[in-house]
Write a protein that binds this ligand. Structure first.
Ligand code: PLP
Length: 407
């Protein structure tokens, strides 16, 4: 078993080397966004220093260079997720926009009255609301796949929901609110057997495990750069070629066209058909650097490190008492979500912040699952690979202090 050098990895993240409220920062809001290593920050700065120009215009040397790094990033991401071709990698603003592209474009053409879209009850709002919007337009229905009291998908209930009216199953690989890891391979298999397409929201899982689109077999796959150590405002949508080919563009404008006239406009080929306007070139450069960072790690060693932190944090949280855990799925990563018997999550969050400990409080854009558990929200401490055992100690000490003040 290889050793994971957390101190070395941590030293590559300049933002973590600071004090907040007089104490060294403990950053435990990684499910909201991860911090950026020096290499990502440098890649973006260097792009603006040396190569910045608009892409695909072919007019001059800088434009050629910008196009080269931009399309090189697409190729790198295609390899990163095992996509058959870089034409199936569409740039978006993030997971949210990726799901909106599929809901608006695929949904418009493929959902009819009485059709059903299944999403798990613990989805992020980004994987619920776009489906509700298109369903309302098309007379289709969005229905939740039940989640049990531990925060795991009820697979028997899922199977019994499937019929020929189910056209889309959209589920997250990892829940941002609870950390539950969903059995996506099995979900894809069952959904396909029933004739449905599958979209995987990989926002929380993309940094964790290597994936291969061909082996996984999902129809669409969405993630954000900023949750895998890359920049904000940059995301990816992968789709099966025949589906993307058949879909109408999501937005109109420059770059997405082949030719424009008032008699009629024809659209560009994949992936440009879905990329109207000047794209986030620096974002693609930053994402490519983030892929390099992730691929340079021993990811299974990093995962074991995070699992150790989570395991210890769960045990020590239980030992304090008065902080019931929310979400106890057997298969879970990186997220410690809990409530308190004596205070509102926000009060706990404030006391932690005063001690330089960053956690998130609230419903984590997953209100339906909070409603199911009968709570307005949780305190969520989410770990990443640069978090240390010292961070867990500080969190636990902070929670003891909060209990002392508030209980
Ligand atoms: C963060 C997140 C999203 C939304 O991602 P954006 O980057 O805000 O578009 C969607 N689903 C899950 C599971 C997330 O964690």
């Amino acid at each position: 078993m290889s050793h994971f050098d957390v101190a070395e990895v941590r030293s590559r993240f300049p933002i973590l080397q600071q004090e907040v409220n007089g104490q060294p920062l403990v950053y435990l809001d990684n499910a909201a966004t991860t911090q950026k290593p020096e290499s990502v920050i440098e890649a973006i700065a260097n792009y603006y220093r040396h190569d910045n120009a608009n892409v695909h215009r072919g007019a001059h040397a800088l434009s050629d260079r910008a196009t080269e790094v931009f399309e090189g990033a697409r190729e790198k991401v295609a390899q990163f997720i095992g996509a058959p071709s870089k034409d199936q990698i569409l740039w978006t603003r993030g997971t949210t926009e990726s799901i909106n592209v599929v809901a608006a474009s695929w949904g418009e053409q493929n959902l009819t009255a009485g059709d059903r879209v299944l999403v798990s009850a613990m989805e992020h709002h980004a994987n619920i609301v776009p489906w509700q919007m298109i369903a309302q337009k098309r007379g289709a229905n969005v229905e939740p796949i039940p989640v049990d009291a531990d925060g795991a998908i009820d697979m028997a209930a899922f199977e019994s929901l499937l019929d020929e009216r189910v056209k889309m199953v959209a589920v997250g690989h990892v829940s941002n609110a609870l950390g539950s890891v969903n059995p996506v391979a099995h979900i894809i298999e069952l959904a396909h057997k029933a004739g449905a397409k599958v979209l995987i929201d990989a926002a929380q899982s993309i940094a964790h495990w290597p994936v291969n689109m061909v082996e996984l077999g999902c129809d669409f796959y969405a993630f954000s750069a900023h949750k895998m150590f890359g920049p904000t405002g940059m995301g990816v949508l992968y789709g099966k070629r025949e589906l993307l080919e058949a879909m109408q563009p999501y937005q109109g404008g420059g770059e997405m066209i082949e030719s424009v006239s008032f008699a009629g406009t024809t659209y560009n080929q994949l992936p440009y058909k879905f990329e109207a306007g000047t794209p986030n070139i620096a974002g693609a450069v930053g994402l490519a650097a983030a892929v390099d960072f992730v691929q340079g790690l021993d990811r299974s060693a990093a995962d074991r490190h995070e699992a150790e932190l989570l395991h210890r944090a769960r045990a020590e949280l239980a030992a304090i008492g008065g902080y019931p855990l929310v979400g106890k799925a057997e298969s879970a990563v990186a997220v410690l979500s809990f409530v308190s018997d004596f205070a509102h999550p926000q009060d706990i969050g404030m006391i932690l912040d005063q001690q330089g400990i960053a956690v998130r409080t609230g419903n984590h854009c997953a209100q339906p699952i909070m409603d199911q558990f009968g709570i307005p929200g949780t305190v969520r401490a989410s770990f990443s690979l640069y978090n240390t055992h010292d961070d867990v100690d500080r969190l636990i000490a902070g929670l003891k202090k909060a209990k002392m003040f508030l209980a």
